[in-house]
Design a protein around this ligand. Structure first.
Ligand SMILES: Nc1nc2c(ncn2[C@@H]2O[C@H](COP(=O)(O)OP(=O)(O)OP(=O)(O)O)[C@@H](O)[C@H]2O)c(=O)[nH]1
Ligand SMILES: [Mg+2]
Length: 315
């Protein structure tokens, strides 16, 4: 059967885009090579800037830090690419350290509301987070407030089994606010100290979705003024800087206390953390690097920068 011209074009551009992505990854890997060079010449500055942009640090953040570095070099404070690397780490490190990123778990129970667009990794992050917190001696309980699809409820139940935590759920189509309410009451009755609430993420019903999230928040606040202790937006690292727009929508609608960046494994856009934090001033609190129980951790600026800048002492 002959291939439709339209399909053929799409196939080509898809492959084109994939090949750019592969090229990007190879290029970012060269950051180490750039810092290993002998001199701070024009090629060094060009390649440093291009590598940071390719890693999705963001154009304005990249331009700002590279301009600072060049100023240091002009003033002879900085003489080699190796020194540039430690300056850069100090500069980024200072910015990351200025934002509080400890998870607020003070409440009985502490309530964590997890939001984000479709497929960003909310449910998976919640399962992994329950496991992480349990490992720290806490007693989490999950709330299946993504009630749009039966599959969503079942997926959360599966994670509940894996992480060995209870899941409070209702029928598909039921009111998400009611599920959140039930979960907090159940946590109090059962002595669970943390409630993690899964929510729906479909952007095509955006207005409804935001209204629904506001409603869930109102229900929680009626139970406890300080709740939810955390409202976390989950972002897919592959989407990179473009997810800043998504974050803004959630930030404006319900307010955010932190971000969880998922799928950092195999993403060429690991620099996204720096650009998004600089632009939106919402701290990244969690990072996900896979689909296994242990593939989530609290964000650690030091380890992150070592990995991103490919520092020699990277652990
Ligand atoms: N490689 C990788 N895959 C991940 C990670 N986190 C989530 N995923 C995968 O991404 C897909 C979507 O994850 P979900 O947790 O279902 O995302 P969601 O935001 O709950 O999706 P909806 O409920 O449909 O809005 C699944 O196939 C997950 O296994 C991660 O850190 N790394
Ligand atoms: Mg989900």
């Amino acid at each position: 059967m002959p291939v439709e011209p339209e399909t053929q074009r799409q196939g080509f551009w898809k492959r084109f885009s994939n090949s750019l992505e592969a090229g990007r990854q190879a290029y970012v890997a060269d950051l180490k090579e750039v810092f290993g060079r002998p001199a701070l010449d024009a090629a060094f500055w060009d390649d440093l800037e291009a590598s940071l942009i390719a890693a999705d640090v963001g154009v304005s953040t990249t331009e700002r830090v590279v301009a600072n570095l060049r100023q240091q070099a002009a003033g002879a404070h900085l003489r080699s690419p190796a020194q540039a690397l430690s300056y850069l780490k100090t500069e980024f490190g200072g910015e990351l350290a200025s934002r509080p990123r400890t998870l607020n778990l003070e409440g009985s129970p502490a309530v964590l509301l997890v939001v984000g667009v479709n497929g960003s990794g909310k449910t998976t992050t919640i399962g992994k987070l329950a496991h992480l917190l349990r490992g720290e001696g806490r007693r989490p309980l999950l709330a299946a407030a993504d009630t749009y699809r039966a599959a969503a409820i079942n997926q959360l139940r599966l994670w509940g089994d894996r992480a060995q935590v209870d899941v409070v759920a209702n029928q598909p189509g039921s009111d998400p606010g009611a599920v959140a309410f039930d979960a907090v009451q159940a946590a109090r009755a059962r002595g669970a100290d943390t409630v993690i609430i899964d929510t729906a993420g479909r952007l095509h019903t955006r207005t409804d979705l935001m209204e629904e999230l506001r409603k869930v928040r109102r229900v929680l606040q009626r139970l406890d003024q300080r709740s939810p202790q955390e409202t976390l937006a989950v972002l897919d690292a592959h989407i990179g800087q473009n997810s800043a727009q998504q974050v803004k929508v959630f930030q404006e609608a319900i307010g955010l206390t932190g971000l969880a960046v998922t799928k950092m494994d195999g993403s060429a856009k690991a620099g996204v953390v720096l650009g998004i934090e600089a632009e939106l001033a919402v701290p990244v609190k969690l990072v996900g690097i896979g689909e296994g129980l242990d593939d989530l951790n609290r964000f650690d600026p030091e380890q992150y920068l070592d990995a991103l800048l490919r520092m020699e002492e990277s652990r």
